[in-house]
Ligand binder design. Structure first.
Ligand code: S3P
Length: 169
């Protein structure tokens, strides 16, 4: 099996950390769509959103998804990738989609201690705990709907990778 593997889930669920380790375990390469966009545009996510708004960011994000999708690759997607129906269809048609699920309180706790958090543009303008509760309330069905597998992302990254490896076997 060499089809691409897409990691989906909200900010703080561990897509990048787990995706990287999963890629190593499978002998795949690894791409994060946010990092890819930053490299090709030489702008941070916050800069794109400031200059082009969320609409512009979402257009770039959908293009990035198409550009990075190749075989033998693990792809960590931005938390809002699932908002677009065509992105959801593309991912489920092209590969295996894994949703890393964790409750909003855990995501908020992780984001609060993350050094990158202050660089993340707010999605709702609300404090992080409320923001993550709102985000999950509006996206949970989208994450679950697109996912071939839902994984408990409250475990440590090694245990998550082991669970995914068992499922993919
Ligand atoms: C977003 C999540 C971010 C990034 C952007 C929007 C979202 O990615 O794409 O700030 O809408 O949830 P991560 O989930 O990798 O932090």
């Amino acid at each position: 099996m060499t089809q691409p593997i897409f990691m989906v889930g909200a900010r703080g669920c561990g897509k990048t950390t787990v995706g990287n380790q999963l890629a190593q375990a499978l002998g795949y390469d690894f791409v994060d769509t946010d990092l890819f966009m930053q490299q090709i545009s030489s702008m941070t996510v916050a800069e794109v959103v400031a200059q082009e708004g969320w609409h512009g960011f979402r257009q770039r994000e959908s293009r990035a998804l198409q550009d990075v999708t190749v075989r033998s690759r693990v792809i960590a997607t931005g938390g809002g990738m699932v908002l677009s129906e065509s992105n959801r269809r593309f991912m489920s048609d092209m590969g295996s989609v894994i949703y890393l699920h964790a409750p909003a309180e855990i995501l908020a706790q992780r984001l609060e201690v993350s050094p990158q958090n202050h660089q993340r543009p707010t999605l709702t303008g609300r404090p992080i705990a409320e923001e993550m509760a709102d985000v999950l309330a509006s996206r949970e069905a989208l994450y679950r709907g697109v996912a071939h597998h839902v994984i408990d992302a409250t475990q440590d990254p090694l245990a998550i990778v082991a669970s995914i490896m068992r499922i993919l076997r």
